[in-house]
Design a protein around this ligand. Structure first.
Ligand code: S3P
Length: 448
């Protein structure tokens, strides 16, 4: 579906966005390991989350839906249909987390996905799961489809070689499924929804976040200095006692979806408010970024529901300043980089984004996709080995943008089109259904 988009006269308003995709995946997948029923309120009805629902259904979970409430009743024992194939569609989170669960279960299954997911790297989970004793068969490229013969796994210690919440979660869930101890160490803290969901629906998880400490300087006792007491930032321990009991999960709005509308506020210098928005500190780097570049960011009505922080966020745009993005900040903005790049195009000066190689293996090569679309709009954009250099502040022309089959690219350039000079099109706008089928309805609410 080609979508025509005209520039706005005015942008702003108050919206709510659908439930957080990452949190929903975890609530659904944990039903495979739960003693009792899991009920999910504000379930986001998008293609990715529905891939998780279909996966657990294929393994014997009874799924009941009404409006945005989903009820999941776990089976006595996991089962699998005759062909043994579980199709995860476009959803990397479903495939990687499910692989961990199946690896530690007592069934065999083949995990498959669509063309895009079948190109994405699976070695990152195959390697640690195999070290735990899992039996996994994939082709020489270590891509889907992969067959997993579930087994009793061995205790495992793992220092994440790639800053990935999906890899972390896959290994944790394998330990949980197999009731064996797993210790995971993070050098860069990634999103922690799996940890919070296990704590909310279960018990027996041990999490330690390492904080810098003030100590007396040995060389000069008059001085104090900050040190890290460990050479890592976080330690997570699953034990044979860790278990999931079940319960209710109320999902906050998805900050990665809200980011597109908040970016519109930033570019237009108008105001957008989003209520009931997830504010988990591992996901709010985008709000920090907006503040750093000069926007006003207000947060009210903060509360913790189902273990996750939420609140109402109001962003008002201003004259935007350039900010380099690298290191831990890039990890914190991992899903927001396409819209950050769009903001950069509307900012005077050159924005450099580094340490972003992971974006090459998302639903599309997001570095290429962003660079190509920015160039179509007449913006100079350099493709770096691990990022982008975007020369902003020049005229942003309307263009025929390409989604590359990637929901976040379609959304980022739909927002860009709002502020372009002249009309634009998005070639396959229906890809927004992957994470937010309501995207264009929401956009209609804030554009004039
Ligand atoms: C996700 C983690 C991130 C993110 C993805 C969802 C998750 O991927 O990009 O959209 O739900 O754990 P990585 O963990 O591979 O960085």
């Amino acid at each position: 579906m080609k979508k025509e988009l005209n520039p706005v006269k005015k942008f702003g308003g108050a919206i709510e966005v659908p439930g957080d995709k990452s949190i929903a995946h975890r609530a659904v997948l944990l039903s495979l390991l739960s003693k009792d029923k899991i009920e999910i309120i504000n379930f986001p009805d998008n293609q990715d989350c529905n891939s998780s629902l279909k996966s657990v259904e294929a393994l014997g979970v009874i799924v009941e839906r009404s409006e945005n409430l989903v009820s999941l009743t776990p089976p006595e024992n996991l089962t699998i249909s005759d062909d043994g194939i579980i199709d995860c569609g476009n959803s990397g989170t479903t495939a990687r987390l499910l692989a961990g669960i199946i690896a530690g279960s007592d069934i065999s299954a083949t995990i498959s996905g669509d063309d895009s997911l079948s190109k994405r790297p699976m070695k990152r989970i195959i390697a640690p799961l195999t070290e735990m004793g899992a039996e996994i068969f994939a082709d020489e490229n270590n891509t889907l489809p992969m067959k997993i013969n579930g087994k009793k796994l061995l205790p495992f210690e793992y220092r994440l070689p790639v800053a990935s919440a999906q890899v972390k979660s896959s290994v944790m869930l394998a330990g949980l499924a197999s009731s064996c101890s797993v210790r995971v160490i993070e050098d860069i803290i990634t999103r922690d929804h799996t940890e919070l969901m296990i704590e909310h629906l279960g018990e027996g998880l041990d999490v330690r976040v390492i904080k810098a400490e003030m100590v007396v300087d040995k060389d000069d006792p008059r001085k104090k200095k900050m040190i890290m007491p460990e050479d890592f930032k976080k330690e997570i321990k699953i034990s044979s006692q860790t278990k999931i009991n079940g319960g209710r999960v109320d999902i906050p709005g998805d900050i990665s979806t809200a980011a597109f509308f908040l970016a519109g506020a930033a570019i237009s210098k108008h105001t957008v408010t989003v209520a009931h928005l997830g504010l988990n500190p591992t996901r709010t780097a985008f709000l920090t970024y907006l503040k750093t570049i000069g926007c006003k960011v207000e947060i009210t009505d903060k509360e913790t529901v189902s273990g996750e922080l939420r609140g109402t966020v109001t962003v008002t745009g201003a004259d935007l300043k350039v900010k380099k993005i690298s290191g831990d900040t890039t990890v914190g903005l991992i899903d927001e980089i396409p819209i950050v790049a769009v903001i950069a195009a509307f900012t005077n000066g050159t924005t450099v984004i580094r340490d972003a190689s992971e974006l090459k293996v998302k639903e599309s090569d997001r570095l290429e996709a962003v660079a190509e679309n920015l160039r179509l709009a007449g913006i100079k954009c350099g493709l770096l080995e691990d990022g982008l250099a975007i020369e902003g502040g020049t005229e942003f022309s309307g263009a025929d943008f390409k989604s590359y089959g990637d929901h976040r690219i379609a959304m980022a350039f739909s927002i860009a089109a709002m502020f372009a000079v002249g009309p634009s099109t998005i070639d396959d706008a229906s890809v927004v259904d992957i994470s937010c089928p309501e995207f264009y309805e929401l956009l209609d609410k804030v554009r004039n």
